[in-house]
Ligand binder design. Sequence first.
Ligand code: ZN
Length: 197
Amino acid sequence: MISESVTNLIDQFAKLPGVGRKSAERLAYHILRSHRSESLALADAIRQVKENVHHCKVCYNLAEGDTCEICADARRDPSQLCVVEQPRDLIALEQSGTYNGLYHVLLGRVAPLEGIGPEDLTIDALVERVRTGTIREVIMATNPTLEGDGTALYISSRLADFPLEVTRLARGITIGSVLEFANKEILADAMAGRQKF
Ligand SMILES: [Zn+2]
């Protein structure tokens, strides 16, 4: 008979993406065996992230203050705006080290089959940034999937009347793959070789 607390811990781990029941049990028993301080550090890290991290008021990247580090950085070029689906895509592009403009994080993609429409994303806020800002180029860096492409197409139609250039990442990335798993060199090439939308 396993104790209720252990069962609860296993249940919590099993809810995580990619963690099956067996892995959840292994993780729970690892926690039981490890030092108290180590396990509580994990619990604290989870609590801190949930209490301190939210979305940047400007670009919807993850931030600990009102705005994220990128929006707050005066060395970034405010005339370029790169549109990504998720904060993790932004991180992948940052690691490629080729881009020095600002970002806009959609927090998802248009997915009609899942009932996710444009109004569920941060597209209105994006259009407002474009309307009031000094942006000259919007770079579509949604994933090269059917839904990512559809989302980019929808956004480009919303931006059609603004005096700016809309570009997209070059297709170095295999169709159907996702940005977060592309390697640095491929992302750098995709950014450098971007084309008119
Ligand atoms: Zn930001």
